[in-house]
Write a protein that binds this ligand. Structure first.
Ligand SMILES: Nc1nc2c(ncn2[C@@H]2O[C@H](COP(=O)(O)OP(=O)(O)OP(=O)(O)O)[C@@H](O)[C@H]2O)c(=O)[nH]1
Ligand SMILES: [Mg+2]
Length: 331
């Protein structure tokens, strides 16, 4: 029996073929079904369209779900850099964020306390670094939320608990990162071996070994340093008792691979509350670009105060700056 479909049906079908997004396709299929006359001749087609429609609907629900979860776990970067805390349940991630920032992270003696990321601002000298307390890594569950969070961060603090098995925890975290194709790098300038360059995204990371105050941890911090100290800076600390936190803060700053310089016009004083943040290894010319592109081009030389012997000496545009340098541009 012929289907005898009206012209409107073919219009809707054209709409379906041309639709790119799932919601448009769903709409087009729904109108095709509505327009289609109901009789024996259209039964088969109706069945096919219905099954297409239900497939598209479940696809769209899945997508919508992922997007919603994605946004719940997205933390807008603030301050100079974003640093993410990663670790097993109950190691003290929230305790550290509570100790170093203004955030009200929830600390409790049971695992899986933290359910969504909590950002807090950590003052470090004259800059603010954003620390993000994350839910724990759980080896049983695939965490779709984790990978975008790690990628979004400028650096990672991998936290382990010295009261537990820090070596096994490190292995767990590292294997999770490997699954995500992320290569944590402890030190500047490390290279990836074995032709994995490009497949892996590098991310600076350090290890925070928490609960140093606990009795019976023996020499687990030393074991950790022995095993991972060549690959990562290791900071034994107690988030609760406030031990080792200054060293950690300096380590976090170091992991960011940045420096602060201060620019000033001739004859004026620099404003030390307004550092210019540059990648390590940046030159006088790079600093000039933060003032203005043309300015960087027109610049003839600069005078530098700060690191080591520099007390207003003249340097060229390609001079490599150091953290804390004061630059006076001359055009
Ligand atoms: N002794 C000692 N206990 C700590 C320290 N830091 C955290 N704790 C305790 O460890 C438990 C877990 O701390 P949390 O900060 O909630 O741990 P978490 O890693 O955020 O846990 P999840 O959110 O479940 O992943 C709490 O009972 C804390 O009081 C520390 O430096 N020393
Ligand atoms: Mg927590």
């Amino acid at each position: 029996m012929p289907a005898n479909l009206p012209p409107q049906y073919f219009e809707a079908e054209k709409g379906y073929r041309e639709a790119k997004a799932i919601p448009e396709k769903i709409k087009a299929l729904e109108s095709m079904l509505a327009i289609m006359p109901k009789h024996k001749g259209t039964d088969k087609l109706r069945g096919q369209l219905r099954s297409k429609l239900s497939k598209l609907k479940s696809e769209s629900e899945k997508k919508g779900g992922a997007e919603r979860r994605g946004s719940l776990f997205y933390v807008k970067p603030e301050g100079t850099a974003q640093v993410l805390l990663l670790g097993f349940p109950n190691v003290g991630k929230s305790q550290l964020v509570l100790a170093l920032t203004n955030a009200n992270a929830e600390v409790a003696d049971y695992p899986f306390t933290t359910r969504k990321p909590i950002p807090g601002m950590m003052p470090f000298e004259n800059i603010q670094i954003q620390l993000v307390d994350a839910p724990p890594i759980d080896l049983e569950i695939g965490e779709a939320w984790l990978s975008p969070m790690v990628r979004n961060a400028d650096a990672l603090i991998i936290m382990v608990g010295l009261d537990g098995d820090p070596l096994a925890q490190m292995e767990g975290v590292l294997s999770k990162l490997e699954e995500m194709r992320i290569k944590p790098m402890g030190f500047e300038g490390e290279t990836i071996h074995g032709g994995e360059e490009g497949v892996f995204e590098r991310k600076r990371a350090l290890i925070a070994a928490n609960k140093l105050d606990r009795e019976g941890i023996k020499d687990k911090d030393e074991m950790l340093k022995e095993r991972y100290g060549r690959s990562f800076p290791v900071f034994p600390l107690s988030a609760q008792k406030g031990i080792g936190l200054e060293e950690l803060k300096r380590g976090i700053f170091g992991a960011l691979d940045i420096m602060r310089v201060y620019t000033k016009p001739p004859g004026k004083k620099p404003d030390f509350t307004e550092p210019v943040i540059l990648k390590k290894g940046s030159t006088v010319e790079d600093a000039g670009y933060t003032v203005h592109k043309d300015f960087a081009k027109k610049m003839k030389f600069a005078r530098i105060w700060g690191s080591e012997k520099y007390q207003g000496q003249m340097v060229k545009k390609d001079y490599v700056l150091h953290d804390g340098d004061v630059i006076e541009f001359h055009t």
